[in-house]
Design a binder for this molecule. Structure first.
Ligand SMILES: Nc1ncnc2c1ncn2[C@@H]1O[C@H](COP(=O)(O)OP(=O)(O)OP(=O)(O)O)[C@@H](O)[C@H]1O
Ligand SMILES: [Mg+2]
Length: 245
């Protein structure tokens, strides 16, 4: 479904990515791990078109997409929830998702219908799919941190993606909230056939959730394989423990 080949990106003269490779098969859950500053968020922003690479290419369904705008890439079927929570905190949970659905379906400019009545069914369906149905009327900014991150996922789902990219979905969550979020990711792949690409510092969670893990270090891919093989890899031990293991 997705193939990233030899991506390079620098900021000023600092090489954030200098040869990142990744492949994500349809229906899989793939994790990217790597130390702080390894280039994980930069790679995700390149895949979604928010940053342009200086070399290499990104193929989605076999088609090169790196020259497309974020909006066009979104329409092709890639949705993303960012590392930093990015919701309208004064609007209700319902309105946050509804606004995203309306912007996708381009109904926002329809002056003949009250905005509040539009896309109600679809919005409620998305909220139900992430377990936020009961909190539809709550003010988004008043939700727990865990629920705000889940709302962010709901907003990403409102564009009907085939590939959902999550940048540290459980960062800052309590262990209970992280378990709920993990369950949600599993359900979305099992029940809705979504493909998920995520990065995360919680290694136990990564090992329990992923079909495959890609390890990024200093802007380069050092391995992509099943969790067992990645755990056994001497290169990964070197990257994480400086050869001490
Ligand atoms: N807009 C930017 N301008 C300058 N440098 C940047 C910019 N974005 C990222 N960088 C640098 O590029 C490197 C990779 O950053 P990136 O955010 O992709 O890392 P990361 O793997 O997501 O890290 P973390 O685990 O801390 O989220 C870092 O050294 C970062 O400081
Ligand atoms: Mg990051």
């Amino acid at each position: 479904m997705l193939r990233v080949e030899g991506i390079r990106k620098s900021f000023d003269r600092f090489n954030a990515l200098s040869g990142a490779d990744l492949h994500v098969g349809s229906g899989k859950i793939v994790a990217v791990i790597g130390p702080n500053g390894a280039g994980k968020s930069t790679m995700f922003k390149i895949i979604t078109g928010h940053l342009k690479p200086e070399g290499g290419r990104v193929l989605f369904g076999g088609e090169p997409i790196s020259s497309l705008s974020p909006h066009e890439i979104c329409r092709k079927g890639i949705g993303m929830a960012f590392q930093i929570v990015n919701i309208f905190s004064r609007m209700s949970v319902f309105e946050n998702v509804q606004a995203a659905v309306l912007s996708r379906t381009r109904q926002a400019g329809n002056i003949f219908r009250a905005a509040s009545k539009m896309a109600v069914g679809e919005t409620m369906e998305i909220l139900a799919s992430v377990g936020l149905r009961e909190k539809a009327g709550s003010i988004a900014g008043k939700l727990s941190y865990g629920d705000q991150k889940v709302l962010e996922i709901a907003i990403a789902l409102s564009t009907s993606p085939r590939l959902l990219i999550l940048d540290e979905p459980t960062a800052g969550m309590s262990s209970e909230e992280a378990a709920v979020c993990t369950g949600l990711i599993r359900r979305l792949t099992a029940e809705q056939g979504l493909t998920v690409l995520f990065c995360e510092h919680n290694i136990e969670l990564v090992l329990s959730l992923s079909d495959e893990i890609m390890v990024l270090q200093g802007g380069k891919t050092i391995i992509q394989d099943c969790p067992e093989a990645v755990c056994k890899s001497p290169a990964v031990r070197d990257a994480y423990l400086g050869g001490a293991a």
